[in-house]
Design a binder for this molecule. Sequence first.
Ligand code: DGJ
Length: 743
Amino acid sequence: MAIVYHESGRTFHLYNDTISYIMTVMQNGHLGQLYYGKRLRDREDFSHFLETCERPMTACVFETDRKFSLEHIRQEYPVFGTTDFRQPAVEVLQENGSRISDFRYQGYHTEPGKPKLLGLPATYTEDPDEAETLTVTLQDPVTGLKAELLYTIFAQGGILARSVRFCHEGKSPVWLGRAMSLCLDLPDSSYVWQQLSGCWARERHIHSRLLGPGIQAIGSMRGHSSHEHNPFVVLRRPYTDERQGEAVGISLVYSGNFRIQAEVDAHDTLRILAGIDPETFTWKLEPGEVFQTPEAVMVYTDQGLNAMSRTFHGLYQRRLARGCWRDRVRPVLINNWEATYFDFTQERLLEIASKAEECGVELFVLDDGWFGARRGEKAGLGDWQADRERLPDGIGGLAERVEALGLKFGLWIEPEMVNKDSDLYRQHPDWILSAPMRRESHGRFQYVLDFSRKEVVDNLYEQLAELLGNAKISYIKWDMNRSITECCSKGWPADRQGEIYHRYILGVYDLYERLTSQFPQVLFESCASGGGRFDPGMLYYAPQGWVSDDSDAIERLKIQYGTSLCYPISSMGAHVTESPNHQVYRNTPLHTRANVACFGTFGYELDLNKLTQKETAEIKEQISFMKQYREILQFGDFYRLKSPFEENEAAWMVVSKDQKTALVGWYRILNCVNGRYTRVRLQGLNPQYCYKNERSGLCCYGDELMSAGLITSDESAGQVPEGVEPGMDFDSRIYVLKAECPS
Ligand code: DGJ
């Protein structure tokens, strides 16, 4: 890994074994983009990559040069309104009304490792040799505003992390109208754009399309990253698949309003922008003030989508998630939500916990309904003390009793919200986000606390620190169940109201930071009505997140498959729930529910007391299987094999780091009579190792399994031969493969 500056051509070359990223200072002082892709050998001069050409109808920068128009030049941080008519990365409103700016090169410095981003989640290094950071400083001569472009190249994998820091060195205030984290101008647009989109209970489905002229964008204006669009896109070549080909993944480490967009211009060049949603953002910078954008992470590979995903998984697992749970296998949990909803007593909870312990569960999680006047959705949010009528021993007492059963105790909270029927609201009605003289919209009868104000965050911190400090709480599920409306704060002046969405999320990060650092042993799981804030920003504080409120195994195939494009298995909360399922009312076999959930941080969300003896025995086996293999399931190398978006079958697998054990999850949606032969070509095995299939006893070499495939066809429908177990709809298997005789 290196960052080289060539003075003669004023060119920067950042490279490691996988990628090169090359930029130059252009004749107008702006930074131009020369190359991004597979590693190139370094050389003194890369200026031949800068393409300029004389075209009719262009506006030019210099009178002496009809070729130099920003309209056709690839840039690093393009500005608004001076010869480039594409969407800019930055827009600066000035007191005189002008929005024109001119960020010119001032200098650069490099440093080993990676600096922290103030108040924001970001990838990090533990050892300075893991990465190197380049900061290029640009300055607008008229306003005095400095833009520092930060580029961190990691030693391993094709990873480049980027962000921008604005330091205002001028004399009058300016307003950032847009301040994107990343601009990437690419020389051609021959890419398939893939996004993870959906809605509540149908999050992160993969949607793909070939890019064409104009703008293609995803984003959120909901105040959270959203169920609708995840802050992540892939650009892959049309020929790229899971196993081979070029792909670039772009992921924004942010949990608030965002936009990621691709713009294809008339000459087929491509501009990618990623950052805070410019529509819902302005930020006033007084002289001397600093603004830091969120981080955007780019991963390049020429080895296919699985390779790109594995790079993200490794980075986000080990160098984004933090704390003692980062590298630890996660406890098998039971959550009471789908078992009881709001209708529980202390005794009922203890019955659920007791049966769970008998089955091998390790952590009991008490969900919504334990605090204040919370008997349903209409009251209690904001008052984080136990409802003593329901829980006579309080949270401390209940936690003791759960621990006495042999389980750890976990608790649900939703700190950002308040019901009007709560003591907190009665004391502080002005603490909710609302617009002067306008109706206040509710979501699930709740209102959003104004986390842009420090006193509000302080209050929640005090309430929660007291709770965590006085009870044996080992786990927290942090929920967030509505989008933000009427985003105005009574704590900030009129000319700073454009900052509230971003300040809100900074407040959320601040509370997370304070609680996770004060209670480092507690495992945090993020949640927002399921997957409404399942993003890299949250992963920095909570190493796992509730993937979706849809717990149906077949729906989860698509949701978890899509999520795996960017996020590691160790981050995906996945539970076995009742059949028929509470979201889609589908009946699925118990083994399939577990076979899907075990590719995640595994748990149960049902009352195990209601199961038959046979089912209880099956659950005990599932838990012991999970305990035996969770290190590999949660921290092994993950590969997608067959897409549930394309076929009646889906498959994925994990391989241990030493390649000696592999687990293949195979799922068939509908059973087929007299169906075709089916195989799954595996990945990530050692071709030389001979793997024993623990189901069939058959031994096959890694090369056979990867090239010829694992045979999955069967005779499970039609006239099923004697001795053959008949199959069923929604069937599944986990194949355990163990290297018997490495040669
Ligand atoms: C939404 C979450 O996603 C559910 O798991 C549950 O915690 C409910 N909120 C509780 O209100």
